[in-house]
Write a protein that binds this ligand. Structure first.
Ligand SMILES: C[S@@+](CC[C@H](N)C(=O)[O-])C[C@H]1O[C@@H](n2cnc3c(N)ncnc32)[C@H](O)[C@@H]1O
Length: 361
């Protein structure tokens, strides 16, 4: 099911500019609705056909028959004239096996995100019982897919929507409104084993080149960040380094953003870069180096073991005076005698079981 959805969303994002076919197609084969919708799909005829089918299905499900034609007409106008994204009209977007509520201006979940979340679910980097924190949660799609414990976002609308999505899917998710730059976030990060995030990563210049569907409808705070698009990432890295987070997964916009993050993480973490289906670097995944974990857990465990044996040794004056061994050669009276001697040599310790038949070994 997930693969099917990925394919659907992948196709949805494809732009294979089909104006050519539109103008050479016999007029009667194109409904007027489809003809109107094509420009909103950047000229992609097959995408327009699919959008029309989804819109019709939505109208049939949600409107009484008398209102269906006028509603469909209004939706197409919203798509074409106002550049309203399809997902905001339909009100949902599939994300793996979830049906995520979507509402402007909260960012619509993207297929690139769905891809790495799916891979992370299968990867074995997350283990049962890990406490997961989703920073920059938006609709809550990542948090819900990974069954995170906590999610945070700076936007009131995103927090409200993520809570509704959690309730819709019957998941217990604590969604908090806060800025990742707030001091309080350090304690939150320290309280979780895994941190995942899809922070804003578009530069101001790149923002100017985005489609109207995005610029007119989605929150600019969900998209743009300073420091070459990495301001929020750097803050999350600071927090993870400080808290010694076990696994850190952050979505990025491309190769140029890998090195600045890798440089900061590489001493403490093994840094992996995952690509999306278009072979674009899409995720920086940092896993705490085994050696560091070995030191982190190995030192206290070794100290505890050494301490235990030192304590045992101190409280056992008989060490060096082995218990008498009862073998088949020793008859019982011999054994009792040697046990008595052993006990006397060791300040009376062991006297309690002297005389009990078969005592000793
Ligand atoms: C790219 S969207 C990701 C949404 C969602 N996680 C997803 O993958 O679809 C980034 C989100 O980060 C939030 N955000 C931006 N700056 C933030 C900050 N300083 N602290 C917390 N959240 C922030 C935005 O409100 C937005 O919801």
């Amino acid at each position: 099911m997930a693969t099917k959805q990925l394919q659907k969303i992948g196709n949805y994002n494809q732009k294979n500019r089909g104006f050519f076919f539109l103008y050479f197609m016999p007029r009667q084969q194109l409904s007027s609705l489809l003809r109107r919708l094509v420009p909103a799909c950047q000229g992609d005829l097959s995408l327009a056909q699919r959008e029309l089918a989804w819109l019709k299905e939505h109208v049939q499900k949600t409107q009484p028959p008398a209102l269906q034609t006028s509603t469909l007409d209004r939706y197409i106008e919203e798509r074409v004239i106002h550049h309203k994204p399809l997902q905001y009209i339909l009100g949902t977007q599939p994300f793996l096996d979830l049906d995520i509520l979507t509402e402007p201006p909260t960012l619509i979940p993207r297929w690139e995100t769905e891809e790495w979340v799916h891979r992370l679910q299968q990867s074995g980097y997350l283990v049962q019982g890990d406490r997961i924190l989703d920073i920059c949660t938006g609709t809550g799609c990542i948090a819900l897919a990974l069954k995170a414990n906590t999610a945070i976002d700076i936007s009131d609308e995103a927090v409200a929507l993520a809570r509704r999505n959690a309730a819709k899917h019957g998941q217990v998710l604590s969604v908090l409104k806060c800025d990742v730059f707030d001091d309080s976030v350090a304690a939150l990060v320290a309280d979780h084993d895994v941190v995942v995030a899809n922070p804003p990563y578009v530069t101001r210049d790149q923002y100017e080149t985005l489609e109207k569907d995005v610029k007119h409808w989605e929150d600019i705070r969900a998209l743009v960040a300073d420091q070459e698009g990495l301001a929020v990432h750097h803050r999350i890295v600071d927090l993870a380094l400080q808290a010694k987070t076990k696994v850190l997964a952050m979505e990025i916009g491309g190769t140029a953003q890998v090195d600045p993050l890798r440089r900061r993480l590489k001493d403490d973490y093994a840094v992996h870069v995952w690509q999306d289906l278009r072979c674009k670097d899409r995720l920086v995944l940092a896993t705490k180096r085994k050696i560091i974990q070995l030191v982190k857990w190995g030192v206290p465990i070794s100290l505890a073991v050494i301490g235990y044996y030192a304590y045992q040794k101190q409280n056992r004056p008989n060490v060096g005076h082995p218990m008498p061994f009862k073998s088949s050669e020793n008859d019982d009276s011999e054994y009792q005698k040697s046990r008595q001697e052993w006990a006397e040599r060791n300040n009376g310790i062991g006297l309690r079981d002297v005389g009990r038949s078969g005592g000793g070994v």
